[in-house]
Design a protein around this ligand. Structure first.
Ligand code: TRP
Length: 350
């Protein structure tokens, strides 16, 4: 059996360059390699509702935004089944059975969920659905018997939880699930791209993102405002490369080709970094270089997106058809699960 790939994002905002290098690029690579049996990309609106129950409009609006971002980035809806999570209700049924296989104390140890709870300041108002989303995410993955999950680093605890649930199910009832493997980007900087302000993560609420759909002038302004090194005041001052956002982005995006094209006086990033560290290289120069690279990367994405924006109805019908197909697969999994658990009353008595 070939690879079954499943991945997704919560529709709470547009995709940014952190998503791009963290997971979208890997998805595009997998799509081009074509070495898979099935490839699903899910827009996780049900999961987005776990901390946006009072703001469904935001989720609804962002479903189509994220779909446009995917298509703009080059995801091909003929090769990949792109669907909306809430339109596959089988996932909710699977979650009901998985909820019984995880302890509350295990859930509270999930480091990503812990961080998110802190970030959102939930305290006593923590919704049960939010606490349990890793279990629902396990359903997303296992419903399709996925073997490969291309994600960013923050999703590793979810994959670990999914593997535990699969193992417990297999052990308690019957061997029906394959244990999925995460697929991370090889480039370390891409695991978690810093925000333009230098904070650890790009996030909409921090206002430190460069979005895939940003217009050229917006990209340029954001690049020019990127945090570099607060002690690098005069050009002649030695500069720091660690913690410098421009260099973090260059690590993620610059290739030797980019140097040939936009900054031929340096051979590669190591040379540029060495000059910066020594002193004598100004921030404007490295920012202009980064701007050129990002403009080149994002222009085709933005243009393709604009084309898709003209056919929103078609995108919704594609998502609708895909959800139908996904439902069939998930329903088969439920049948297997119920039969493994002995909840298949009618078949047995026939
Ligand atoms: N948790 C992911 C995010 O925060 C979204 C997601 C939901 C997902 N279900 C998934 C990712 C299954 C990979 C596989 O964006």
């Amino acid at each position: 059996m070939g690879k079954i790939i499943l991945t997704g994002d919560r529709p709470t905002g547009n995709l940014h360059i952190g998503h791009f290098v963290g997971s979208v690029q890997n998805r595009l690579k997998l799509q081009e390699q074509g070495d898979f049996e099935k490839f699903y990309i899910m827009i996780a609106d049900t999961q987005a509702m776990t901390d946006n129950a009072d703001n469904p409009d935001k989720v609804r609006k962002n479903v189509i935004e994220v779909a446009l971002d995917y298509l703009g980035a080059g995801i091909d809806s003929k090769k990949v089944n792109m669907f909306i999570q809430s339109q596959v209700p089988e996932l909710a049924e699977i979650t009901m059975y998985f909820l019984n296989l995880v302890t509350v104390s295990r859930l509270t140890r999930n480091p990503t969920v812990k961080d998110e709870i802190k970030q959102r300041g939930f305290n006593a108002s923590l919704p049960v659905g939010f606490m349990c989303y890793p279990i629902s995410q396990a359903s997303d993955i296992l419903a399709f018997n996925s073997t490969c999950v291309p994600v960013g680093e923050d999703q590793l605890p979810m994959i670990e939880q999914t593997r535990e649930i699969a193992r417990t199910f297999n052990h308690t009832y019957k061997e029906i699930f394959t244990l999925p493997e995460p697929l991370l980007p090889d480039n370390k900087t891409c695991l978690r791209l810093v925000g333009t302000d230098g904070s650890l993560k790009m996030s909409k609420s921090a206002g430190n993102c460069i979005y895939l759909k940003d217009e050229p002038d917006v990209i340029k302004t954001k690049v020019m405002n990127c945090y570099t090194d607060s002690n690098h005041i005069k050009i002649s001052d030695p500069g720091k490369v660690e913690g410098n956002v421009v260099f973090a982005y260059l690590d993620a995006f610059a290739t030797d080709e980019s140097f040939k094209k936009y900054l031929p006086e340096y051979k590669n990033l190591t040379e540029l970094k060495n000059h910066y560290k020594k002193g004598g290289l100004g921030d404007v120069k490295i920012k202009m270089f980064l701007n050129n690279i990002l403009q080149e990367t994002l222009e085709p994405i933005r243009k393709r997106r604009k084309e898709y924006e003209k056919n929103i109805d078609e995108i919704y019908s594609m998502l609708f058809e895909n959800a139908k197909k996904a439902r069939e697969v998930a329903a088969e999994t439920i049948e297997k699960m119920k039969s493994a658990m002995g909840l298949d009353y009618y078949h047995k008595s026939l």
